[in-house]
Structure formats: structure tokens, C-alpha cells
Design a protein around this ligand. Structure first.
Ligand code: FES
Length: 393
């Protein structure tokens, strides 16, 4: 039986989006069983897929070429123990496959012996028919076992399963891949999945999830204490753990703006750039341990200088909750705008309060979206589009 893949993993293997695969499933071009795709069916649909085409293959090559530069190493490769566990698992699967091939070969030998025996005991037309049948079968088996034949997608999946693990959330059934040394929470946010969380730093306990199956590993320290009963039930903090193997996790996801708490954060100005004479782009960065949880399309209140304030839409994606972008328009006589254009310096503190607003994406809606943007209205649209892209919507 061909190996079954989730939609996320299948899309990654052939370099397509999940939406493209869903369309092929709908039209019957790609066969699916309960949302899963068989490797052989995927290859039939994408016959040109080659090992060298995958991002994963290129990334492995990149690691070799850049001689394991530290930054690349952290971004691409999982934690050493996670990697060792995945390789052990892969070796077990390889050993099992090899012993299965050995058993099949022994079985084939017995079948040929039985054929010859029956042929020798038969005569005339029956013996001739058996002989033709045996030769045909031997030829077919030889063709199927042709040395060097490998399904490129099976190889890619092997590479992918070492570099990343798949997480499926319950009850929402959303799934995403955990790559490199990302925690479960970081990987979810990058994939546009709005998990419940607070501090991102192991202090608040809001990101609790229960591991239903698979293996996770703590890679970041947390101060929040989990009770013994919670630990026995498999409860973990998603901001402190990564996935070792493919995992299923019971965890709450944001249901709407009412789930996002009001936050007050002292961020600092990382950089500023003039988009034109009238608009400046502000890049604020929050402390590592206090990030802004928000939904694409929402606004916050910014305070600078001697408490000059403005309510501005966030122009960046919630998939990066630490680096926040804003478009500030020049408005003569507006104290906030004057301060930003004339005085605000790099590393200066900017207070961020919020988020507010209900202009968000209805992710479950399959209807097309049209945005008409005037003047300063582009910022929330940019955030919504980037969020939709991370969701592959
Ligand atoms: S988000 Fe606060 S402990 Fe994980």
C-alpha cells in the first residue's frame, strides 16, 4: 500500500499550494482518502516532480554550501536531540522495510518453486499455459523490481520528515509543519494559525495544549508550573515545546476578536523609512518575552514622546508578532505625526496598546475578496493579504 500524506505535506513535496491540490481533489484529478493522498497518486498527478526540485533538498544543499553558518543552522535544522530522534525513527522504518523486502523475496522464491513443480506434474496444454504464465509473472516482477527505481516523492518525504514534523490540531483539524528550531506556537503563527497564547515566553500558561499522539520535546525553559495531573494527561506549553514526530494536539484556537486580550507593551523603534514625502514606515520591535497578539486587520494605539498618541492599523502579519509595521501619514498640526516625522529616533520607546477593531478575515468563507483602498487604508489590507498568504487561502 502506498504511503499516505496529509495535504500540507503533499503540497510541500510537489511545490504546490494546498488550494491547488484541493482543486485537483475536487475535480477527481487527484484521488484522496479522508483528506489524505497516496504518494503514487501524487506522483501520477505530478509526474515531473524530482528530488532536486524541492525546497527541502535545496535547503539541505544550502546548509552544506554555507558550511553550517550559525544563523542558517538555527533556522533550518531542528534541535540536535530532535534530529537524532527523527533519524532513529527513520532508521527503524528503513530496517522494517528491508526485512519486509527480504520476506517478499523469500515468498517469491517459494511461488516460483511451486509453479515449476506444478508444471512438471502437468502435461500438454496445461503445462504450456503454466509455463507462459510463469514467464510473464517473472518478467513483470523483474520490471517492478528494476534496480535503481525509486519513487522520488518517497525520497522527498523522507527528507521532509527529518527536517520538519506535522502538527494537527483538534478540534479545529488545522495542520501545519514545524521546521527548524521553532516551537509549536511559533510554527503555528507562521502558518497563520491563531493559537491561544499570551506571553510567548513560558510565563502565563495560556498556550497549554494536550498531546493526543506523537512526541514533543521541551526546547525552551518555562516558569509557568504545570501540575502533576496536567503532565500525566500530556499537557504541555506550546511556546516551550517543539514536535519530534508528527503530532496531534488538542489546543484552543482564537475564535474571534473577543478572544484577544487588551495588551500594553513597551516596544522600540527598530527602523523607519520614508515610503514617500507624505508617508513614513515605522518598524517597531517588542521585547522577546512580550509580543503583540492580534488578528490581521486590527489597530492599536501608539504613544510617543510626551504621550503623543494615534490609533493606527497594523500593517504587518500576525505571523510575526514581534515585528510590527505601521504607516504614518504626514498631517500638519498633528502632534503625533509631527513627532514621528521630525523627532522619533531609532531605539526610542513607543508604547503599544490594544488591539482593537473587528475588520478581520473570515477564514472559513470560500467567497472571493475584493479590497478597494483609498489614501491611508492600505495598511490593514496589507496585513490581511499577508495573513491570507500564510494561510494559503
Ligand atoms: S504563551 Fe505564555 S506560557 Fe506560553
Amino acid at each position: 500500500m502506498s504511503h499516505l500524506l496529509s495535504l500540507t505535506r503533499a503540497a510541500k513535496l510537489v511545490g504546490a499550494t494546498r488550494v491547488e491540490l484541493q482543486k485537483k481533489m475536487k475535480s477527481g484529478e487527484l484521488v484522496a482518502f479522508d483528506g489524505m493522498v497516496a504518494v503514487k497518486d501524487l506522483l501520477a498527478c505530478y509526474p515531473a516532480a524530482q528530488l532536486e526540485d524541492t525546497a527541502e533538498y535545496r535547503r539541505v544543499t544550502q546548509i552544506k554550501e554555507r558550511a553550517f553558518a550559525k544563523r542558517v543552522f538555527e533556522r533550518i535544522l531542528p534541535d540536535a536531540e530532535v534530529l537524532a530522534t527523527r533519524l532513529t525513527d527513520l532508521s527503524k522504518r528503513l530496517t522494517q522495510s528491508e526485512s519486509q523486502v527480504g520476506r517478499f523475496n523469500a515468498l517469491l522464491g517459494k511461488i516460483w518453486d511451486k509453479f515449476r513443480e506444478t508444471e512438471n506434474r502437468s502435461s500438454g496444454e496445461t503445462a504450456a499455459t503454466l509455463s507462459v504464465l510463469r514467464h510473464w509473472l517473472e518478467h513483470e516482477v523483474e520490471q517492478a523490481m528494476e534496480p535503481g527505481f525509486t519513487n522520488p516523492l518517497e525520497i522527498k518525504d523522507g527528507v521532509l520528515s527529518v527536517l520538519s514534523a506535522q502538527v494537527t490540531l483538534l478540534p479545529s483539524k488545522q495542520d501545519f509543519l514545524v521546521e527548524g528550531q521553532a516551537t509549536l506556537l511559533e510554527a503555528a503563527l507562521r502558518a497563520g494559525v491563531s493559537l491561544n497564547y499570551g506571553c510567548s515566553g513560558g510565563n502565563c500558561g495560556l498556550c497549554k495544549g494536550r498531546v493526543v499522539s506523537g512526541q514533543v520535546r521541551k526546547t525552551r525553559h518555562h516558569d509557568f508550573p504545570l501540575t502533576r495531573a496536567e503532565q500525566e494527561r500530556g499537557v504541555v506549553l506550546l511556546c516551550s515545546n517543539t514536535a519530534v514526530s508528527d503530532v496531534v494536539i488538542e489546543a484552543a484556537v482564537t475564535d474571534g476578536v473577543q478572544d484577544i486580550p487588551f495588551q500594553q507593551i513597551s516596544a522600540s523603534l527598530k527602523s523607519r523609512a520614508n515610503l514617500n514625502d507624505e508617508v513614513v514606515l515605522l518598524h517597531l520591535q517588542t521585547p522577546r518575552s512580550q509580543r503583540l497578539r492580534f488578528l490581521a486587520g486590527q489597530r492599536v494605539t501608539l504613544k510617543v514622546g510626551a504621550s503623543f498618541t494615534a490609533e493606527l492599523p497594523i500593517a504587518s502579519c500576525p505571523c510575526d508578532d514581534r515585528n510590527l509595521l505601521f504607516h504614518v501619514h504626514r498631517q500638519a498640526g498633528n502632534l503625533f505625526s509631527d513627532y514621528v516625522f521630525d523627532k522619533l529616533k531609532n531605539n526610542e520607546t513607543v508604547e503599544v496598546e490594544g488591539p482593537q477593531g473587528e475588520f478581520i478575515l473570515h477564514e472559513q468563507s470560500g467567497r472571493p475578496l475584493f479590497f478597494i483602498v483609498l489614501d491611508g487604508g492600505f495598511a490593514p489590507i496589507k496585513s490581511l493579504i499577508e495573513h491570507a498568504m500564510s494561510l494559503e487561502a
